[in-house]
Design a protein around this ligand. Sequence first.
Ligand code: PGA
Length: 223
Amino acid sequence: MKSLIIAANWKSNKTLDEDDLFVSKFINSYKANDLKEIIICPSFTGISFISSKLKGNYGKISIGAQNVSSFSQGSFTGEVNAMQLKDFCSYCIVGHSERRINFSEDLSIINDKIKNLLEAEIAPIICVSSLDQLDGILSSINGKSIIAYEPLSAIGSKDPANPIEVNKFSREIKEKFDVKVLYGGSVNSENVSDFTNQDSIDGVLVGGESLDPISFLKIIENA
Ligand code: PGA
């Protein structure tokens, strides 16, 4: 059996109390499986807490950030740089369509973020919604990088992409580059195995359905 990555993108959700509630319910029923690496990506405000509770304590649970500064340390008010994340995170999401659209993140910003993450030895989870979006990015990635294919129409829509098409897309990337490829967009406990059973898909990036510990545990179980 192949190994899988199951990543939770909590987006801008959860207070510290809600983080705490998630952790207590999650660890009650979570069964570690060496073939399934879980990556939880909370907001910056929850990273320290979630990391202290879950990182390394229950087998293969890693912590990821959802964003990083395109600058390194210095006079950049409000920014969190890659070296600061390194204490807590082994992964960081970058290039998510919500950031490209709502925060005008372009290729040059995304590439700077990837470069900073790789320098800090944090693996970037690079989100793309089309093959075209990979063009300007691939020169800056290495084997630590993960690509998450997230078609725009599938995000938060309850209308996931076709698993066969996603597998084809993943294979094309993997033929050219030594990277893992995840699928993201309306993944739930019922459809997760349609994706994870495909030979070229290495796991999933889950938004909405990862917020509730019970539904996230079901996704992990069924993956
Ligand atoms: P969704 O989000 O699972 O809620 O569709 C996925 C994502 O945006 O990463």
